[in-house]
Design a protein around this ligand. Structure first.
Ligand SMILES: [Zn+2]
Length: 471
């Protein structure tokens, strides 16, 4: 495709995404599709893709089918591989078909007979030096243990849940440990054993899988005076753990310092450059998170250029649980100030579009790549919701921390925007604008190590808050 067409295509893509109503856009696409020029068909293809996006955002199944049909017919004319869309489209038609005739055939009987996986069996449960040991019949693999946390804010109950791919022969059991309100072990699903620790304060949870055993070290942070009479339970003080790490230790975070190298990002007061400021903050975030036991990777830890798409690619490769991109904002209005946190969505507001346009400047090829490859794959509702939650937790924690030390900290709020650097991330992903580098007062703060540390601590707190609330 000629370069000019690529740019046109992209501009068109970004403009048309926001302007027209669904019906009008669909009508426009149909007209374009009927056109004689290849570029007409291309525009149609692009509009159908935008409609597809909207259908995902709005959970509009009827629109999705129309959009998919459009993508398939226009894409085919353009010799674009539309196999995934074809598949999705056929899943709709199949679904209809199945509901129409739920007839039992030989094959469905065969499916029912699917051999039960030989599951690992729980053999023994006991306490050893205050640690809960579960021994199984076979070697346990790490991926067979799924650990997550829940926090019920209404009841102020912390839940720590272990799902183990195994079965137990006995009924559910209750276990006792001083300082922890309840521990329950039960068969949650035919092949999933569930252990739930409930408490009204935070429990530091450590666990490891060794051979046939799962060993859980649950350390209540506040030991209640009342409990602790059962003799088979060793005293809490016997628990020795060299590590002070929090329970979120198994999480991996990718910190992305925006821009770098030939791309300085925004520059403002006294020619401070965004790429330097954000790298400083990103390094502090890394240090804080590492100290708290997270696995942390940085897309860059020096001043060099990285393509936007390689940043999320990196996070995907590291199987990160979160992706946090750090940026500084700029405005012609020197008075503009404040911290903002963005999550990805085809944004509606002009404000978000402006910020995104600035951050998206990297290079047009990158964006074209996204437009074709990744945008659609990212935008599912589940990830948008998770990213939105993460953005809220980060924004709140940053403000909380900054306001302890500085007067006059502006809450720019949580916003959504079409940021290409977040596109393609397979995990909750956000972009933080830590302040305006064009505002003299804020720029001075941003350049100071002290402020960088405080804001980094706020970000680290936000990550913690997010994990306590979500799994
Ligand atoms: Zn930036």
């Amino acid at each position: 495709m000629p370069k000019r067409l690529v740019i046109l295509f992209f501009l068109f893509f970004s403009v048309s995404l926001f302007a027209l109503s669904d019906g009008a856009l669909l009508h426009k696409a149909e007209k374009e599709f009927a056109g004689k020029q290849k570029s007409d068909i291309f525009r149609a293809y692009n509009d159908y893709k935008n409609l597809y996006l909207r259908s995902i955002m709005n959970q509009d199944e009827a629109l999705k089918i129309k959009a998919l049909q459009g993508i398939v017919k226009s894409g085919t004319k353009l010799h674009i591989d539309v196999t995934p869309y074809k598949k999705e489209l056929s899943s709709f038609t199949k679904r209809r078909y199945v509901t129409q005739r739920p007839k039992k055939s030989k094959t469905s009987k065969q499916i029912k007979k699917v051999k039960l996986k030989a599951t690992n069996k729980l053999r023994l449960v006991y306490w050893k030096k205050g640690r809960l040991v579960l021994r199984f019949s076979h070697k346990l693999r790490k991926h067979q243990v799924n650990y997550f946390k829940l926090y019920d804010a209404d009841k102020n109950v912390y839940k720590y849940v272990f799902d183990v791919e195994a079965s137990m022969m006995t009924r559910s059991q209750r276990l006792v440990k001083p300082g922890i309100r309840s521990i329950k072990l039960a068969q949650f699903k035919p092949n999933i054993l569930r252990i739930v620790f409930k408490n009204d304060s935070v429990v530091e949870m450590h666990f490891k899988v060794t051979g046939k055993e799962l060993v859980i070290n649950a350390r209540p942070t506040k030991v209640s005076q009342a409990s602790g009479k059962s003799s088979h339970v060793s005293a809490v003080s016997n628990i020795t753990s060299p590590s002070q790490r929090k329970a979120s230790q198994s999480k991996t975070i990718v910190i992305d310092a925006g821009h770098g190298g030939k791309d300085p990002g925004a520059s403002g007061y006294r020619h401070y450059k965004e790429k330097h400021v954000v790298l400083g903050i990103a390094k502090y975030v890394r240090d804080y998170l590492k100290r708290r036991g997270y696995h942390v990777y940085m897309t860059r830890d020096r001043d060099y250029f990285i393509k936007l798409r390689n940043r999320t690619k990196f996070a995907n490769k590291k199987k990160a649980d979160l992706f946090i991109s750090i940026h500084a904002n700029a405005s012609k209005n020197k008075k503009a100030k404040g911290v903002e946190t963005y999550f990805l969505s085809p944004s509606r507001s002009n404000r978000a579009k402006k910020v995104a346009a600035m951050e998206n400047k990297a290079d047009i090829d990158d964006m074209n790549y996204y437009a074709r490859q990744s945008f659609l794959s990212f935008l599912n509702n589940h990830k948008i919701v998770a990213s939105n939650k993460l953005a809220i937790d980060l924004q709140q924690s940053i403000l909380l921390e900054l306001r302890k030390h500085y007067k006059d900290v502006t809450d720019g709020g949580v916003r959504e925007g079409p940021f290409w650097v977040l596109v393609g991330a397979q995990m909750p992903a956000v972009l933080i604008e830590v302040g305006f580098i064009t505002n003299p007062a804020e720029a001075k703060r941003l350049a100071s190590k002290k402020y960088q540390r405080h804001i980094a601590k706020g970000i680290a707190d936000g990550v913690e808050r997010y994990f306590i609330k979500n799994r």
